[in-house]
Design a protein around this ligand. Sequence first.
Ligand SMILES: NC(=O)c1ccc[n+]([C@@H]2O[C@H](COP(=O)([O-])OP(=O)(O)OC[C@H]3O[C@@H](n4cnc5c(N)ncnc54)[C@H](OP(=O)(O)O)[C@@H]3O)[C@@H](O)[C@H]2O)c1
Length: 220
Amino acid sequence: MTDSAPVIAVIGGTGDLGSAIARRLVKAGERVVIGSRDPAKAADMASRLTAEADRVVGAGSNADVASQAQIVILTVPFASQESTLRDIAAGVAGKIVVDTTVPLVPPKVMRVQLPPEGSAAVRAQRILGEGVKVVSAFHNVAAHKLATDAVVDCDVLVFGDDKAARDSVVRLVGACGLRGVHAGALVNSAAAEALTSLLIFINKHYTVDGAGVRITGMTT
Ligand SMILES: NC(=O)c1ccc[n+]([C@@H]2O[C@H](COP(=O)([O-])OP(=O)(O)OC[C@H]3O[C@@H](n4cnc5c(N)ncnc54)[C@H](OP(=O)(O)O)[C@@H]3O)[C@@H](O)[C@H]2O)c1
């Protein structure tokens, strides 16, 4: 990876999904910065990733790392999606924002409960405005599996209205060791977001350690 490679900020990169994505991206040679509400917490995660991958991982507040990056990955709970997006909004104009949010509303996480906008991804686009290229992905991957070096038996459906932005995110999913699949417009994100509640139900009903989705019939 060269110095011209995009800087990727992981907002909420101290958490389960964010740290797992960041770790895989760092190991693949991507330029990653970790964001948190607490810069010291971000620095702690960044130093752990730096030690493991033997390359420097940056850190800072969510707003600071979003400003530094060309691609911003949002990995915070649904309940804090809006406040976090408003916190980083000034720094993401014109950029790709990858929203991983699944609109789970505890305690009924095995029931599909999409927000009034139709999906968390469309909600993100409305909060950030049309100047931001919102892409959504990673909804159906179990973070604890992504956190290992093992092959994860799951495709990643990638949604967005800007095809070039989707291409960039499909490439990042590939860097994480998974197959990213173009799944159409951002409005389609509702399907993957809803599917997560089904997967949580399947995990419980069949005692599965992180069920995933596979698209069959593709040759690539
Ligand atoms: N976990 C999974 O397997 C999985 C799979 C697919 C999709 N997702 C989606 O990915 C997102 C993150 O999931 P996760 O399991 O990684 O979450 P998490 O570990 O519970 O939280 C991620 C980070 O969000 C920040 N955060 C927590 N509460 C916050 C609040 N009230 N306001 C602002 N920031 C807050 C925290 O970072 P700081 O304290 O450092 O700021 C935390 O480390 C969710 O939307 C989830 O639906 C998760």
